[in-house]
Design a protein around this ligand. Sequence first.
Ligand SMILES: C[S@@+](CC[C@H](N)C(=O)[O-])C[C@H]1O[C@@H](n2cnc3c(N)ncnc32)[C@H](O)[C@@H]1O
Ligand SMILES: [Zn+2]
Ligand SMILES: [Zn+2]
Length: 465
Amino acid sequence: MTLPINQIINKDWIEAAKELPDQSVHCIITSPPYWGQRNYGVEGQLGLEATPELHIEKLVAGFRELRRVLRDDGTLWVNYGDKYAGSGGENDNFSKGIKKGTVNSQNTNLDSGNLLGLAWRLALALQADGWILRSDIIWAKGLSFCDSYSGSVMPESVNGWRWERCRVKVKELRKRTGGKIAENQDRNDADGGRIGNQAWNEYKDCPGCPKCEKNGGYVFRKGSWRPTKGHEYLFMFAKKQGYYCDMEAVREPQTSDPNKIKPAKGVKNVCDETTGKMMRFKPQEIFFNPSGRNLRDVWVINPQVWSRAHYATFPEKLVEPIIKVSTSQKGVCPKCGSQWCRVVDVYQQKLTGSTGKTKVPNANNWEEINNRTNRVSTTLGWRPTCGCQSEISYLKSLEPIPAVVYDPFMGSGTVAAVAAKLGRNYCGSELSKDYLDNQANIRIAEAETGVTMEEIEAGQGALFE
Ligand SMILES: C[S@@+](CC[C@H](N)C(=O)[O-])C[C@H]1O[C@@H](n2cnc3c(N)ncnc32)[C@H](O)[C@@H]1O
Ligand SMILES: [Zn+2]
Ligand SMILES: [Zn+2]
């Protein structure tokens, strides 16, 4: 058994995993088909199980096989969305072409409209199966109460309680005039937000009916409002304690200037970044790292649609930080696969003014009085984390090779493309030959060459002009 580096296996994810060697990949990043959401049109596809329980059981079994393939110091990242009982998938066309008696979002024993909590059911099931659940990252697509950004989400039809003008279908009128009727006009009663302008135009104010006459032309509707879904989960799992992670690779800019932070009164509980322990600090001792702060667990990323895919794919921005933090930029030992690690210098730096020079202490400035210092971490270089080099010292050096990122549900190949862009190797599986040939492979070629298919096609057109 060898790992087919930089290839996507055109097989069922479990069948593919069974053929892979133990401990051969450094990290797994994936978005499995959600339950009852989409019909990928391939025999053996996941997501069409009769109940959510069966679906999660299958996922757990597959990830168990992949746990064998993942290195002991590797991590697994699973993106998963949620669903409401009684809601159809894919614009209600979901059941077309699917065998009777398979998936049905009514198969839940829950009242319609109930949030199924599938993402958390999956996370807890994986935890029960032995994975260490390390983080429940919120992939925020839409935000509220944020002045500078609102994001973009799938439109949903939600409504509250309201009195509405009574309207009647133009159908009745059209029938008489012999005109055509819009297909979706029957939906009007269910929900106002769902129908397009065309359908609205198919309704006219009611001239008076038993429903509205006594209410001055209005009817009372009870919508079961809830906020529009603006997030999905990204769960981070470890196989064992002591997994590889490179926090320096994903630091983000500090949002406030340490020279401007005012001290809170009294003593504060602060998490020490190095030890992870909560420590009690006097305000003036709170450290500030100009190299950036640690990544948070709410990631605001707009969904990204790749032009050739006809369904939601991973945004590349979601995959980038995962690859950066879970695989070494420098690479891995070619002999044993251990990831190289940064040599980091952590030192205390005196606070300086905007000129970069050390400030003369100012009696009116609290931080200078307290002679506060910053903790700065800088990368000096990289070192292997195994002893292979010394064992075979007769060789000049064991040059590192790229780490391997695996995605069992490659789809349009986002994980592979981002891995290629970041200089990592990839591997994975995808059941649909169509997606593989017409999406993933094209996308990877684009990532590897830096030239898009559109540019190539445009270029070829120019040749024959
Ligand atoms: C949510 S999509 C993944 C999208 C991917 N993250 C991207 O960015 O394009 C799930 C993929 O799983 C594939 N799939 C469904 N059942 C499968 C199975 N049993 N084995 C392997 N792949 C499967 C589907 O064809 C689909 O491409
Ligand atoms: Zn009426
Ligand atoms: Zn080694």
